[in-house]
Design a protein around this ligand. Structure first.
Ligand SMILES: [Zn+2]
Ligand SMILES: [Zn+2]
Ligand SMILES: [Zn+2]
Length: 127
């Protein structure tokens, strides 16, 4: 028996998310994979996304309908600027946060050890 697709599900899903650069639900990923003739099962998509999330290769956010969506992520610390129109996710650096952390320490004696932020607006193509 010959397998049509030699690439493994994990590679297919990673490649798809890197190409799309927007938050997609497991069902959307599954539909896009089927369109490109992949035979990956929906349960495999869910399992693989869980694995990639554990390895911090994707990040998850719950959308306005309460559905989990996923985007591929660089290994270094960054934030997401999300386009409201096309959904494109831009990875942005956060130097400004560094000085804010200093301010928190000076004025409130608060030691910041983690933070998460999202920015919403229009990307360069959608302005
Ligand atoms: Zn990211
Ligand atoms: Zn856009
Ligand atoms: Zn940051």
């Amino acid at each position: 028996m010959r397998t049509e697709y030699s690439t493994r599900p994990r590679e297919q899903i990673t490649a798809l998310l890197r190409k799309e650069r927007r938050y997609l639900s497991a069902a959307e990923i599954y539909a896009l994979l089927r369109k490109s003739r992949s035979k990956v099962a929906l349960s495999t998509v869910y399992r693989t996304l869980g694995l990639l999330e554990t390895k911090r290769e994707v990040s998850q956010r719950v959308d306005e309908h309460g559905e989990s969506t996923y985007v591929s992520c660089a290994p270094t610390h960054h934030h997401h600027a999300i386009c409201r129109k096309c959904g494109k996710v831009e990875e942005v650096a956060c130097e400004a946060m560094e000085s804010f952390a200093g301010e928190l320490r000076t004025h409130h004696g608060f030691e910041l050890d983690d933070h998460a932020m999202e920015f919403f607006g229009r990307c360069a193509a959608c302005k």
